[in-house]
Design a protein around this ligand. Structure first.
Ligand code: PLP
Length: 362
């Protein structure tokens, strides 16, 4: 089977070990074997950032990353609470939409997609609305590849007793997340990005104490985290889960630990990205953000003058690589690549060669 390598921001190219896990025996989600599988995954997810199970809980959902983000927002902000959503890309904007549709009292603090978070504006909003209970922010804003800086934001929130809701869908497992220093109430993420599982399973890491303060607002039947947490703690689950997706995530987490965990994955992605960035820079193709502002997971590059995205995508696909378009108003100007998943040094050398063939101008 010839491999098409996925350089989009998830799903990722699976390792043989994770792919084989999909073939394990059929299993009913009401059986003891499922309960053990679920418990093992929850424990392994906490281990990714070395979190203590008395303070934190992982809640597993069947759904994509969006389900985890929506569950996080709708299950944590109390009915009497107020949410401030920080936006500098598509995924921050999507969180505002989710919160507004759920009837949560929401304010937005937006900057342009190319900009970092405006902390002075966040501070002004928190001063203007001292009843704000939660701030929601995207860690790695995949729209541009920017890694939003959480430290100053966390300090600002902590000083006011405001809890953080983190969309870490495209950073969990690779980027540093300081769960101890930041006032994180909940962190939403997914199986099929930096953890290298299959699509269809997502999760929310809850701070038990902060979550208990939410008063379980239960704005949804399917996405109510309190229902999941209560039943998971008894070894159950409220609804049919993606059993095969769970098998794959469990194996992906074992592979992740064997490979050295989060620090090792971050190093691996950084090395891969440095190589790709150097190749592209040598061809006159530059990133849209300074490297220091970028995640190790995905970066966005400006299309050279006269180079259409579709043509570049087709040329790379013919050579076995799938890249990703820009979103919204960036669609005509940029392309994005992510270097997650089961890639070898030979794959990366072939990618560099493919870029040289397609982008060399004489
Ligand atoms: C930061 C971020 N949040 C949320 C999502 C939505 O995830 P999904 O497409 O799995 O629903 C993505 C997807 O790329 C993302 O990058």
């Amino acid at each position: 089977m010839s491999r098409t390598l996925l350089l989009n921001p998830g799903p990722v190219t699976l390792s043989p070990r994770v792919r084989e896990a999909l073939l394990r025996p059929d299993l009913c989600h009401r059986e003891i074997e499922f309960s053990s599988l679920q418990g093992a995954i929850c424990a392994a997810l906490l281990k990714v950032y070395d979190l203590d199970a008395t303070t934190w809980a992982a809640v597993l959902l069947t759904g994509s990353g969006t389900a985890a983000v929506e569950a996080m927002l709708t299950s944590t902000v109390p009915r009497s609470g107020r949410l401030l959503v920080l936006e500098n890309g598509v995924y921050g904007e999507r969180m505002s939409m989710m919160a507004e549709r759920a009837g949560i009292t929401t304010a937005r603090c937006a900057t342009s997609w190319e900009s970092s978070l405006r902390l002075a504006a966040v501070e002004a909003q928190l001063e203007a609305f001292p009843d704000t209970t939660h701030v929601a922010v995207v860690h790695h804003e995949t729209t541009t590849g920017r890694l939003n800086d959480l430290h100053a934001l966390g300090a600002l929130c902590a000083a006011r007793g405001v809890d953080l809701l983190l969309d870490a869908v495209s950073s969990f497992g690779a980027e540093n997340i300081d769960f101890r220093a930041l006032p994180i109430a909940a962190c939403a993420a997914t199986a099929n990005k930096c953890l290298h599982g299959v699509p269809g399973v997502s999760f929310v890491i809850l701070n038990r104490q902060r979550f208990a303060r939410s008063g379980t607002p239960a704005r949804s039947v399917y996405l109510d985290l309190d229902t999941y947490l209560t039943q998971q703690e008894r070894g159950g689950t409220p609804f049919t889960q993606s059993v095969q997706g769970f098998y794959a995530l469990n194996e992906a987490l074992a592979e992740f630990a064997d490979a050295g965990g989060q620090a090792a994955r971050q190093q691996l992605y950084r090395a891969r990205m440095r190589q790709a960035r150097a190749t592209l820079s040598g061809l006159g193709v530059e990133g849209i953000l300074p490297e220091a502002d970028c995640s190790c997971v995905l970066q966005a590059f400006r299309l050279p003058a006269g180079q259409g995205y579709e043509e570049l995508h087709a040329g790379l696909k013919a050579r076995g690589f799938v890249i990703y378009a820009g979103q919204g108003r960036l669609a005509a100007d940029i392309f994005r690549i992510s270097l997650m998943g089961d890639l070898t040094t030979e794959d990366l050398a072939r990618l560099a060669q493919a870029f040289r063939e397609l982008l060399t101008r004489d």
